[in-house]
Design a protein around this ligand. Structure first.
Ligand code: AMP
Length: 495
């Protein structure tokens, strides 16, 4: 089948041709014709399958009839993260080059004023993250009664991020008669319940997960002990990998993203970072720097990175083995895209073996060890051992301890964005150190924005793990509490 047979308008077909696509992908082939007829769609597909065009192309065709009115958007697209929302906006710019449609992005971390002005002028396509949309709605800045098409994208991620109550509320605010295009990579019971409540007789379209264990991705496991040793193993691999161009490095916790990012920069690597606590400008700058090749490495958490379409990534590293096996599939799917070859390397400690077993079970394959397994690994270096509670650290600090201490130093906030750094892979002795990362802007606007975004965007709990909760003072007991207390004997007459 080719695009001409799907029923798309001439303007859309011209844009598709200009994009260089010759054939629709399976999800496009199955979803576009019923979407053009106004049917609801339940698309079970993940990124990499061409699902963005599967909803964008019919929307553009249908939007050619009618026009937008002030404060009343005609179509609404819900995305779980700001990056995905921005990616969909880019898709509209590409496929909508021959249309004069107003497309607006309503996401956290961007000034209210500009967004409001756009909505006032009338918007054909409004692309939003749920928190910011409800904010606007609750302030009376827009009406949802003119919505003709509602798209809910990456629904299972919305669930992971705690957005489902917001989605339910939004579904009740838009007209009952709208068309709904609903996409999810998986169908857990909560998502099925949502589709039963809000989709009307949908056409179900299911495509095989992209590149689950694609043969063009070389997967290996590398045994390592705790974090300091894993950082060293990672550096060694980054310096020695064949066909290395760039790498996405995944950590399980956003706290560790920041630590690893600083450590890599300290060792002379050009690296960016991406996690949910960074403000929007820093997130976009990191992502752009990686996409443009200004930095060769990006350290990410799952929440920030899932679903991003970065076409040419040679390596994926699991600095931490993911505890959910599906995340492994999503992570390694960032490389080996569009038929290219890629490498996925997981650093595995003894405790991770149970997760590796689950992953192998899911993908139906054993993953090879490169070098010894954790059982065969020599015991950890004395230097990489954290002092136990109550144990006094030695006076002369060893190299691994020094690295940890510098990792713990707070990041100054008035540094350049990571996008301004040059590409350097291995450590270059004597080379100027790249500017350390910025996780925000230095001024009052930044703190105001951060307070705002924490209050609003993070209202649904983002499930990025901060690690186990600290009880009481945790491992840190202030020294004044440990000082012996001398009790004077009471004098006669004193109580
Ligand atoms: P998505 O699943 O929407 O994230 O799309 C993944 C990638 O596939 C994007 O880079 C699109 O530009 C590309 N793409 C979408 N549709 C087609 C097509 N019919 N032929 C070739 N590439 C496509």
């Amino acid at each position: 089948m080719n695009f001409n047979e799907l029923g798309l308008s001439q303007k859309v077909l011209a844009a598709v041709e200009a994009s260089g696509y010759t054939q629709p992908t399976p999800i496009q082939e199955q979803a576009i014709p019923p979407a053009l007829q106004g049917r609801d769609i339940l698309g079970i597909a993940q990124t990499g399958t061409g699902k963005t065009a599967a909803f964008t192309l019919p929307m553009l065709t249908r939007l050619e009839q009618g026009r937008a009115r002030a404060r009343m958007p005609r179509t609404l697209i819900l995305e779980p993260t700001r990056e995905l929302a921005a990616q969909v906006e880019e898709a509209f710019a590409r496929y909508g080059v021959n249309h004069k449609l107003n497309v607006a992005l309503l996401i956290g971390g961007v000034a209210f004023g500009d967004q409001e002005a756009k909505i006032m002028r009338g918007v054909d396509v409004l692309i939003v993250t749920p928190g910011r949309l409800l904010d606007f709605f609750d302030r009376g800045k827009l009406l949802l009664t003119g919505i003709e098409i509602l798209v809910i994208d990456e629904a299972d991620r919305m669930l992971d991020m705690g957005f489902i109550p917001d989605i339910e509320r939004i579904c009740k605010l838009v007209p009952f008669t709208r068309q709904t295009l609903f996409f999810s990579a998986t169908m857990p019971p909560e998502i099925t319940r949502l589709t039963e409540a809000f989709l009307h007789n949908p056409v179900r379209v299911e495509v095989a997960p992209a590149a689950t264990t694609a043969s063009n991705i070389r997967q290996v496991l590398v045994a390592s002990h705790g974090h300091a040793e894993k950082r060293e193993t990672l550096r060694r691999r980054l310096r020695s990998e064949d066909n290395f161009k760039n790498a996405i490095i995944f950590c399980n916790r956003k706290r560790d993203v920041a630590i690893l990012h600083r450590s890599l920069e300290k060792h002379g690597f050009s690296a960016g970072a991406l996690h949910g606590d960074m403000d929007q400008m820093a997130r976009m700058a990191s992502l752009d720097a990686f996409r443009n090749g200004d930095v060769a490495l990006i350290v990410c958490s799952d929440v920030a990175a899932r679903g991003l379409d970065i076409p040419d990534v040679s390596h994926v590293f699991n600095f931490d083995v993911p505890t959910h096996s599906e995340d492994y599939v999503h992570r390694i799917g960032r490389t080996g895209r569009a038929g290219r070859s890629g490498t996925a390397i997981s650093l595995v400690t003894g405790e991770d073996r149970k997760y590796i077993a689950q992953i192998e079970n899911l993908i139906g394959n054993k993953i090879d060890w490169d070098g010894p397994s954790p059982d065969e690994l020599p015991p950890p270096l004395e230097a990489s051992r954290h002092p136990r509670r109550g144990e006094r650290p030695s006076r002369g600090r060893r190299p691994a301890d020094r690295e940890r201490a510098s990792d713990r130093q707070p990041v100054a906030s008035d540094r350049e964005p990571s996008g301004s750094r040059s590409v350097r892979r291995p450590s270059q002795p004597g080379a100027a150190r790249p500017a350390p990362p910025t996780y925000g802007e230095p001024d009052a606007a930044r703190s105001a924005r951060r307070v705002y975004s924490e209050r609003r965007e993070r209202r649904p709990r983002l499930r990025e793990d901060d690690g186990p909760p600290v009880v009481g003072l945790g491992d840190h007991v202030p020294s004044f509490l440990l000082r012996p207390v001398v009790l004077k004997p009471a004098k006669v007459g004193e109580e």
